[in-house]
Design a protein around this ligand. Structure first.
Ligand SMILES: [Zn+2]
Length: 688
């Protein structure tokens, strides 16, 4: 790096500090990082380097002086019994030999290593007492963590109760076991698809998705996210085991999830072979790994080696460098999405990377461009991690051409010329002209006709053609194009016109929830549309719902409720819905498609709370199928509170206060069993 002037260094340090704080917050609190670990490490190293060069510019509040923390306000914080440190890590194999040398200096006896895949998830610490799960804490700041027990019990891999195998190791009265909660790729992709559908920014990688899910306020939503767990560190006061591997094998015999990929190595050379093998093999795994952990296997030697202030001396992590390629940046496009967000996209000299040819890469937003200090013509590093779109992670300054121009982030919409507004929450620029901005209009049509929405036979090119010929502006226009006009368009024949008209006709049978999704209301993806449609039953009910009523739909938060409210109160949208309705699109749930099981709950209003053998949604549908009605909160008009495991204490209290009967799932099943009469109902509830 060229030597900087004091002034330039001060400016760069200020920028780096600001950025690192933002990334710390994105990473630890919001679980939505916008840069990779590797990039983060590079920024941190640059700051450390500058602070070393200019000691007078190093301050106590610098991000180099404190570690990030994942503590969230909504959870109770509990002190760790044993501090939860992180491992020292390196990208260099050389340093692994040094790690080995340090151990050799400390002991005369032979030792072995446990080599383990480093699952890319979020750290968790489980405490079991008397064979039962007592508590689950996040790492937090290392001394105290967030109590996420109520969420962790929803992860199928984590047993609430342990069982000693016949002839196996006894279960200690109390112990801690630490590991990683992670999200397999399949679940990650599903989740991100749903987020993209809702117009939300997808999680950058499975780890952030796992960490974000663990901190959800709604345990039921968390349960649907497909999280998994692997445990790798057993701790107890009087450890009965001689080696780490024995302890993990015992934990496995009690029913705890452990990695099947760990191996014992009798020398550092054997450990190196393990690393080399997995550097390529790991790409075939159904989950993300970011390195290999090597631990001293003998527990007495672990104790002897002890800890530094930050990490154990008996273990280290070798991290895989993400694959990257170096290529020139040709130009930057500014793309307007259907929600109006403007995204800078880099056009690159095509370059092979991880089996594909990369031509374009995301630059995320203006802040990211400033941070990279990117110039047109720069040679840039491109990386393809768990991400869908490749990213530019760094600029190779030594290759910067002379007079390489700085790119100009547009101040007005590149499409319609409207001045952009900045959304400070997501650091994104938006075109506010949603009614008339061509890219936004076309984006809405592309979404509307897509397979998961109305499934109309029209690709991006057709939408473009219809738009540029002035045939479509608002969604209903699609249904009123005269067939003769279509025939006059380039590339259309009798057959293609017929197919198109057929698909339009067929779209009139698309169920309400998909029509709702097709409207493209911000934050309302496929899953949310389903929940909202089944809750309200019709577009009219939905458009007239209050904020409070919207919030009663499971999984609907404030942002989504506000998005629906704002959309609904727009006169244009109301007119559009009226037009689409007149065309024949479905704006009501098809009641006949709802299965009617019995009338046994006719006239009953039921509030559902807690966990059941089926999901809460299914339980509600079951109640409705038996003729009952479900509401969100306990009131004087509630007939029963159907309480499952971990029912809300507030609801139980209120039911007691109002004298509302509380019934269990078993009661409910008996109540709705075929042949149930109201007489037996009375018998049933007289002894509750
Ligand atoms: Zn625009």
């Amino acid at each position: 790096m060229a030597k900087k002037s004091h002034k330039a260094a001060a400016e760069r340090i200020a920028l780096l500090k600001r950025e690192l704080e933002v990334h710390n917050r994105n990473y630890y609190v919001l679980n939505a990082p916008t840069i990779s670990d590797f990039e983060y490490d590079l920024l941190m190293q640059e700051l450390q380097g500058l602070e070393a060069m200019f000691p007078d510019l190093a301050t106590q509040d610098s991000p180099t002086q404190h570690v990030g923390s994942d503590l969230a306000q909504a959870f109770e914080q509990v002190a760790h019994k044993y501090p939860m440190m992180s491992l020292g890590n390196t990208y260099s194999l050389e340093e692994l030999y040094e790690f080995n040398d340090r151990i050799a200096k400390a002991t005369e006896q032979p030792w072995s290593f446990s080599c383990e895949l480093k699952f890319d998830g979020t750290a968790i610490c489980l405490t079991y007492r008397d064979g039962k799960l007592l508590r689950a804490l996040t790492r937090g700041d290392g001394t105290k963590g967030d109590d996420v027990t109520r969420n962790v019990v929803n992860i199928p891999a984590i047993p609430r109760e342990l069982h000693q195998a016949p002839g196996g190791a006894p279960i200690p009265q109390e112990f801690e076991i630490r590991g990683e909660i992670y999200m397999p790729f399949e679940a990650f992709e599903r989740l991100n698809e749903e987020r993209a559908d809702r117009g939300e920014i997808p999680f950058a990688n499975p780890r952030n998705a796992a960490a974000g899910s663990l901190k959800l306020q709604n345990p039921e939503e968390m349960a649907s996210r497909g999280l998994d767990c692997v445990l790798y560190h057993f701790i107890t006061d009087d450890n009965p085991f001689r080696t780490h591997i024995e302890a993990i094998e015992a934990a496995h015999s009690w029913g705890l999830p452990v990695s099947q990929f760990s191996r014992r190595a009798d020398s550092i050379e054997e450990a190196m072979e393990y690393i080399k093998a997995w550097d390529t093999k790991r790409k075939e795994l159904p989950f993300a790994t970011d390195g290999i952990v090597i631990k001293v296997n003998e527990l007495d030697l672990q104790r002897q080696l002890g800890f530094t202030a930050k990490s154990p001396r008996w273990a280290t992590a070798y991290k895989f460098k993400p694959e990257s390629a170096l290529t020139p940046l040709l130009s930057i496009d500014y793309q307007v999405g259907r929600t109006g967000a403007v995204t800078p996209v880099a056009n690159l000299e095509p370059v092979p990377l991880s089996g594909t040819i990369v031509k374009r890469a995301s630059l995320h937003n203006k802040d990211q461009m400033d941070l990279l200090d990117i110039h047109i013509g720069d040679w840039v590093y491109v990386e393809k991690g768990g991400e869908i779109i490749p990213k530019i992670t760094a600029v190779e300054l030594s290759k910067r051409p002379e007079n390489a121009p700085l790119p100009h982030f547009p101040e007005v919409c590149p499409d319609c010329g409207t001045p952009l507004v900045r959304d400070s929450e997501q650091a994104r620029h938006y075109c506010p002209n949603s009614d008339n901005c061509p890219e936004q209009i076309k984006g809405r049509f592309i979404h509307f006709v897509s397979r998961k929405a109305m499934d109309i036979l029209a690709g991006d090119a057709t939408v473009e053609q219809l738009y540029s010929n002035g045939l479509i502006r608002e969604l209903p226009d699609l249904y009123t194009i005269p067939p003769m006009m279509l025939l006059n368009l380039e590339g259309w024949q009798q057959k293609s016109v017929e197919n198109f008209l057929d698909s339009l006709e067929k779209s009139k049978t698309v169920p309400f929830e998909r029509v709702l999704y097709a409207l493209g209301i911000r934050h309302i993806g496929e899953t949310t549309a389903k929940a909202v449609a089944s809750h309200f039953g019709s577009m009219d009910a939905l458009m007239n719902a209050s904020r409070e009523e919207l919030l009663q739909v499971p999984d609907i938060g404030g942002i989504m409720a506000d998005a629906i409210l704002e959309w609904s109160k727009n006169e244009k949208h109301r007119n559009m819905v009226a037009r689409l309705k007149a065309i024949g699109l479905r704006f009501e749930i098809d009641e006949s498609s709802r299965q009617k099981l019995s009338d046994s709950l006719e006239g009953c209003t039921v509030v559902v709370s807690g966990n059941f053998s089926i999901s809460r949604e299914e339980m509600k549908r079951l109640i409705e199928a038996h003729g009952g009605k479900c509401t969100g909160s306990v009131s004087g008009s509630t007939t029963w509170l159907l309480a499952g495991e971990k029912a809300g204490p507030e609801k139980l209290k209120k039911a007691e206060k109002l004298g509302i009967k509380v019934i269990s799932e078993d009661d409910f099943r008996r109540l709705t069993a075929p042949g149930t009469e109201s007489e037996t109902e009375k018998d049933l509830f007289s002894n509750i």
